[in-house]
Design a protein around this ligand. Sequence first.
Ligand code: GLU
Length: 530
Amino acid sequence: MAALTGAWPVSRLSRCLRRGLHCTGNLYHRRCVRVRFAPSPTGMLHLGGLRTALYNYLFAKSKPGGKFLLRIEDTDQTRLVPNAIEKLEDMLSWAGISPDEGPSQGGSYGPYKQSERIELYQESIKVLVQNESAYHCFCTPRRLELVRKEAARRGETPRYDNRCRQWSSSEVKEKLARNTPYVIRLKLEATAEPWDDLLKGRTSHNIADAEGDPVLIKSDRFPTYHFANVVDDHHMGITHVLRGDEWQTSTPKHLLLYKSFGWDPPRYAHLPLILNKDGTKLSKRGDDVQVEHFKNEGYYPEALLNYVTKIGGGFSSDGTTGFSLEEMIQQFSLERLRRNSGRLDPEYLDEANRIHLGAKLGRGCSRQQVIEDVRTLVLAGHSQSLGEGTLREQILSSEYIGNILDCAFEEGRIMKPKDLLKSDWRFLWSAPRRETVQDLKTASIDVAHLLEGCCQRLSVITGFDADQLQTELQELVRGEGYSARPVMHSLRQALSGLKEGPRVVDMMLALGRDHTIQRLKHTLHILTHS
Ligand code: GLU
């Protein structure tokens, strides 16, 4: 209960209460679009959360003066995951979705963590108890369990029977005076009012048919999701709520809360489900739906955003492949969001990433950044195998890395820089070492002579493409009078230290002319100086 004491300066609290509880129109708030992403810090940011944050962000940024808020809904203290808030913020920032207001940014409607707003909920609930929209419930957990069991026995949906609605105010006072434990519940109305969902159109759910009066304040005095969510949306001046479909059945409760307070509700848009490729429901826990997983795999944030909007729509064209976040903002329209659920298409993600990679490679400063990223990956994963001296320097040079990137990209072999570190490509980052080439000295052919001849040919040929290299190698084989097999084996090993691997021509193309010659000379030096 530490949060109950002093988290809110009294002046701010009373300003907020004046602004919200006693004024219904709240015109100042309503002028500009204000939307929020309101995750509970119970795990990592997953694709569903990213989708919700992105659409709220796009909606805000596509409107003049629109603001996007991050609010942490951490009132369920039992489900908190350590560091989840920091990780959520990191992932949003990686994706480029920066809140205008939030726990780290601050803002004039804060605090932005619900656990720091407990006094506001305490004050707010008094209003609902006073106007009899809410009531104290003294039922014990044991009684609730019996009610549930009884309903199950009769084959009915287990739900609270609203028994404590009956207590008069003096009976309530008396129970409170005796310190009887209690929760506070909202009186559901027999018929829930429909609302005009911005995506689904006229929508209604008669929740009173399916459930008992919901709890607003729990026995630990913390608010439930429903209560804190509505109180905060109001006090933070939220104009539109864009959230996942799974919250749709909560909306009638939220609307009833607005009505009970006498506040204007925001407009709602419930975003359809994201499904796995096979049409099953997306799990929130699996590794492969977490944003961090895609980041670690080396996908670009823009590609991940394209992946998400491919399912959700919001644009005139089908998908946003290759769009930057800025372009998405310019072209986004809420009316174009899809109304039906959609499936993930991992191949599309690779393709989107390839397109962003190509665009980056074509632009000066971002090209340099891609090269830098590859260098970092190589140093992290292959530092030991890079060799020493000039060869190492050359492998780490921008020219060498840039050439490899261009070559691999043009051949459609990579979707993301990290693919260059896959096993097929490992030779690019491993200079031949004494231990890996010295047995060439005892090969059945004169390898030193072969390498000299090869360097000679490569340094005078005019072009350096697959056809030309093929021809040169064939002539080399013929000129030496050996059969092709030992020649190719030796060349592969001399170039990479590998006894097996890609075709020699492919290796040479990826290494580039200068570096190919450099490697052959390096191996020649080892063979002739040991
Ligand atoms: N805390 C809820 C969540 O985790 C927020 C739902 C809403 O946007 O109202 O998604």
